[in-house]
Design a protein around this ligand. Sequence first.
Ligand code: F6R
Length: 240
Amino acid sequence: AEVIIVPSAAAAGVLVADEIVKLVSARPDAVLGLATGSTPMPVYEALRSRLTGVDVSQVRGFALDEYVGIDPHHPESYRSVITKEVVEPLGLDPDRIQTPNGALETISHAGDDYERAIAAAGGIDLQILGIGTSGHIGFNEPGSSFASRTRVKTLIEQTREDNARFFDSVDDVPMHCITQGLGTILSARHLFLLAFGEGKARAVAGAVEGPISSSLPGSAIQLHEHVTVVIDEAAASQLE
Ligand code: F6R
């Protein structure tokens, strides 16, 4: 992977936003892979000013994951987050931006449906990734198969605690999620892995330099030939 150490999360946002602008300018119907959580927010913020004047009417996007059984209108559903942080401020066409469907009634085939939709779009051109303190990418917790595709997973306790800040309490964080698999993520054409802060240093070192192992799912990026890791000094502090 190419590792770029930036002075701040805002600088990372600008760097990745510039890549997205380049991509969309060259390919108006580019397919973006959209992460949620805190990490990608500086990218979406930087895009606000940079996409003005760029035709985004054809841009397509696929979120990485969604909670299972959450009301899609719940403010912390990833559908809501993507709508509020990406679709609306950037003026994207909501019908072209998909999130995995976490509704219980259709959950048995929601993963396959999502894979079909990504394939029908021609695959993801540029995938934005954060990384969890457990080393997860998407919600592929330790033990996830490198061949996995979009499916339902159980969130580990650490991840529910990490995400409790978005809810009233940790008990309100859903137990299950539907996430692109590691195989799905590896099928994207260009991966951007972002991480900021000391708390991510161990996961970053494992992903970039550690043994390729399902016990640190982010290490799967070492199997991809086009990865750009954009991190601040603190997140880089455990790299050799
Ligand atoms: C989000 C996702 C997760 C997060 C990771 C880091 O769609 O799939 O892998 O990227 O949990 O979360 P933050 O950025 O909130 O530290």
